[in-house]
Write a protein that binds this ligand. Structure first.
Ligand code: PEP
Ligand code: MG
Length: 328
């Protein structure tokens, strides 16, 4: 990292026109292996729990999961750690749980799979709740939510896990806390269901990677169509714009945790839309902080207005790059 980026690492994360912004990190491995820099971020905005599952030869036991999660929660006990429940299927296969489908990206993934296998979900949530005893910084997030009923059903299971663990620890003097529960906004259907979802959850987090893939009907890992996969597509930007407006209207906190939040051009457009919480790979955090400290939301809004009327991603990119050059 360049000196000018490192120099401002400990300064407040605010835009030139004084809009405060919160930055979190995306994590995937154990806290130790990740060697994550917790000092600069305000916590973990996305812990991809499927990663440790993918590195094993069988499902980790409740005890193994508990140990892993506790280590993660303890690594920053005063900061929120958002753990996403198992998001396998699609591009994230489990070697010991083969799924054969013609269309895996439109198939059995994320919360769909864990609702069909509540025993997997319950073990994981119990491990999270246990790991959180005495720390209290856990938040739980559900991946690939398409319908409100999936949230109701998942919450019912989380309550069940809560009662089971409560019974087990009763008499020990330990106190079990109910964590905040949120959902990923990454299936286009949710663009039209924010009012209903807001009644059910404590927070939202936009998965711009999958939202782009599903909105544009472009496989995010298929080289043949990779030129068509672009989060700067005007339709994706319009969707992101609508999500934050609706979430704000329904007073539900919203974060962006997809890759777009870790890109300088992306962060400027998202700030202009009204987002002020972002989660990203830790290696992007200080660079993004530098960008935030170098721009005004007022200017970013002028840019956003222009790009929302563009015809294609290429035009958007040109305008955004021009703006970035002007900022330095
Ligand atoms: C996303 O879809 O944008 C996201 C953050 O989740 P993942 O990349 O793990 O699917
Ligand atoms: Mg996703």
């Amino acid at each position: 990292l360049s000196d000018r980026i490192l120099e401002q690492a400990h300064l407040p994360c605010v835009t030139l026109d004084d809009y405060p912004v919160s930055l979190f990190i995306n994590a995937g491995l154990s806290a130790e292996m990740e060697n994550t820099n917790f000092t600069y971020g305000e916590g973990v905005g996305l812990y991809r729990t499927e990663v440790p599952f993918m590195l094993r030869e069988r499902f980790p036991s409740e005890k193994e999961q508990m140990t892993l999660y506790r280590e993660m929660l303890q690594s920053a006990p005063s900061k929120p750690i958002t753990m996403r429940t198992l998001d396998v299927g699609g591009d994230k296969p489990l070697p010991y749980f083969p799924i054969n489908e013609e269309n895996p990206f439109l198939g059995w993934r994320g919360v769909r799979l864990t609702l069909d296998h509540p025993e997997i979900f319950l073990v994981q949530v119990r491990a999270m709740l246990r790991a959180n005893i005495g720390i209290g910084n856990l938040q739980i997030m559900l991946p690939m939510v398409t319908s409100v009923s999936e949230v109701s059903e998942s919450k019912r299971l989380i309550k069940q896990a809560f009662h089971e663990v409560s019974e087990e620890i009763s008499g020990t003097g330990k106190i079990l806390e109910m964590p905040k529960i949120g959902v990923m906004l990454e299936v286009p259907a949710v663009i039209y269901q924010i009012p209903q979802l807001a009644k059910k959850v404590d927070f939202f987090s936009v998965g711009s990677n999958d939202l782009t893939q599903y909105l544009l009907a472009v496989d995010r890992n298929n080289a043949r169509v990779s030129g068509l996969y672009d989060s700067y597509h005007p339709a994706v930007l319009a969707a992101l714009n609508s999500l934050v407006a609706d979430a704000n209207l329904h007073e539900t906190p919203i974060t962006v945790c997809g890759e777009l939040a870790g890109e300088p051009g992306g962060i400027i457009l998202l700030l202009a839309m009204g987002y002020n919480k972002f989660s990203m790979n830790s290696h992007n955090l200080l660079k993004i902080k530098w960008v935030i400290r170098s721009v005004t939301v007022a200017q970013a809004r002028v840019l956003l207005k222009e790009v929302l009327s563009c015809d294609d991603p290429k035009q958007v990119r040109e305008q955004v790059n021009q703006y970035l050059d002007s900022v330095g």
